[in-house]
Design a protein around this ligand. Structure first.
Ligand code: GLN
Length: 541
């Protein structure tokens, strides 16, 4: 029977609830338990798919095509378990389901209310599709005290009551700030946050205190006393040097041990932390480094390319290289500045993106990488821009572009139905923007003897997609005559999935997002190979 662990946050946001939940999940896994981690987001968007990355960071895509919160990416990377549609829900998703039912008359004339209808729907989400897992960890987005969080907190309170206290545990993560002027760690914000939680009927069982300094016993006692939590269940978390150290640090603080004691487990196998220790020391050891230029629109917000940054780190780990990311804002990238900006980089990466702004800077950077033999990796939009660059400069189609930017061009990238009359789009067809992309896992068939088939050592791959536009297959032969090979296609041969340039050390564009499938202990082959090529360029391997 599954036990449920609810993780809430207080005082301020961005304390690392996602990482704490993922670390706990990994520790429980290493102790031999089956876990699943879920995220409940209180905002009103139906999913984060339509949100600007500036607002909410990266949109993480699952195998089954859900556009989810970036914390789902942490869970996957830490547990190695692929998430599904059913692991992330938002207020918007819940209300749209309820309203659909209400319009159909499913409530039989009853008044539809937050309690019980919304809370019931949340409770159903928490426990649905649970198979043989021992623990379901549910992270509640936002901070206690937010208006939007209320139905979620009420639902988990009821849930714990329904299942019994023995089967559910509340963890509350708070901030214990350090006041330089008085040289003290302050517990009052934690006390207030717990008071707020208790006023909603939730008594935390474990409090995780995020702090920049170690929390002395006196302060722990205070938190224990005022928050009504046993002192052993006041767990501190100080900043770690790399995220891979988080599970080790939580174990030292006995988080996993306290959780298991709470649930009454006697025979507690210790977790084998070797893999986390090895990866931490690898990341922290002084290694030779390699500079990778990332040219994108959202480079000023670190979380906007979370999985990508992680995947590049994984590629570095597998080559024993430290990857330095040089982020270049494509919107301010003047074509004339490309050379000086990319002077010291050994690899150029253009990530996924949307819209015309900044695209000419990206195209100029691709041209520079192509002509100067700098390893180039184009992901989704990055591949589309590489095709446009090649069309303009190798095929001499001066107005080559994508119909995403308007119809005033030769669309070497566009919507499938633009060049295949009568062909139905494989994407959603309604007029809404949400959920209208090619989303989730799709197969691609790799061409024999291509660079890509060597990298994957496979003939067929499955990768996660998130895009509306496709490279126009009509130009395939012309491109191939000029050395730009379409080295992977969709199984029906209509959609180019990967391009690569002959006579270049490493020039690859992919229509999908390999970064979503890269994991610290199984780095994605494309990222390992790209970093290896960048290292070679620097003359390091
Ligand atoms: N904007 C492009 C499209 O919709 C690329 C999307 C992406 O990079 N994820 O096809």
């Amino acid at each position: 029977m599954a036990r449920y662990i609810f993780v809430t946050g207080g005082v301020v946001s961005s304390l690392g609830k996602g990482l704490s939940s993922a670390s706990l999940a990994s520790l429980l896994q290493l102790r031999g338990f089956k876990v699943r981690v879920r995220k409940l987001d209180p905002y009103l968007n139906v999913d984060p798919g339509t949100m600007n990355p500036f607002q909410h960071g990266e949109v993480f895509v699952t195998d089954d095509g859900a556009e989810t919160d970036l914390d789902i990416g942490h869970y996957e990377r830490f547990t190695g378990i692929s998430a599904t549609q059913s692991d992330n829900i938002t207020t918007g998703g819940i209300y749209s389901d309820i309203i659909k039912k209400e319009r159909k008359g499913d409530y039989l004339g009853g008044t539809v209310q937050v309690v019980p209808h919304v809370t019931d729907r949340i409770k159903k989400f928490i426990s649905h599709n649970v198979k043989n897992e021992d623990f379901i960890i549910c992270e509640i987005g936002g901070t206690v005290g937010d208006i939007e969080s209320l139905p979620f907190l009420e639902a988990i309170r009821q849930f714990s009551n329904d299942k019994g206290k023995k089967n559910s545990l509340f963890i509350h993560l708070t901030l214990v700030p350090y006041l330089k002027a008085s040289g003290e760690l302050k517990t009052k914000p934690t006390q207030h946050s717990v008071k707020e939680l208790r006023s909603l009927g939730i008594q935390p069982d474990i409090i995780i205190c995020r702090s920049e300094k170690k929390i002395p016993i006196g302060e722990r006692k205070k938190i224990s006393l005022f928050c009504n939590v046993p002192i052993d269940n006041v767990i501190e978390t100080v900043d770690v040097r790399t995220i891979y150290e988080a599970p080790i640090s939580f174990h030292k603080e006995k988080l996993d041990e306290r959780v298991l004691s709470y649930f009454g487990f006697k025979n507690k196998k210790l977790p084998n932390l070797t893999k986390w220790k090895n990866i931490t020391s690898k990341v922290l050891s002084s290694r030779k480094d390699v500079n990778i230029g990332i040219i994108g629109k959202y480079v000023n917000l670190k979380d906007a390319y979370k999985s990508l940054d992680e995947a590049l780190t994984h590629g570095g780990i597998s080559n024993n290289l430290k990857v330095n990311l040089k982020r270049v804002d494509s919107e301010n990238l003047r074509v004339d500045d490309v050379k000086s900006l990319l002077k010291n980089v050994s690899g150029v990466l253009i990530p996924g993106g949307f819209g015309k702004r900044g695209s000419e800077g990206k195209i100029a950077a691709i041209k520079y990488a192509r002509l100067n033999n700098i390893p180039f990796f184009g992901i989704c939009f990055g591949m589309q821009m590489a095709v446009i660059e090649a069309a303009r400069n190798l095929l001499n189609i001066k107005d080559a572009s994508t119909s995403e930017f308007g119809n005033n061009c030769t669309p070497v990238v566009g919507l499938l139905e633009e060049w295949q009359k009568g062909k139905k789009t494989i994407k959603g067809t309604n007029k809404d923007l949400g959920g209208t992309m090619r989303l989730g896992l799709y197969d691609a068939i790799l061409r024999n003897n291509s660079l890509i088939s060597k990298i994957y050592s496979a003939k067929k791959i499955k990768e996660r997609h998130r895009h509306r536009y496709e490279v126009n297959v009509k130009y395939k032969n012309e491109f191939e005559k000029k050395g730009l090979i379409f080295s992977a296609m969709s199984p029906d041969g209509t959609l180019p999935e990967i391009i690569e340039l002959k006579n270049h050390p490493w020039f690859i564009g992919v229509q999908f997002h390999p970064e979503f499938k890269s994991r610290p202990f199984t780095p994605h082959p494309l990222f390992s190979s790209f970093i290896k090529a960048a290292g070679k360029r620097k003359g390091m391997n």
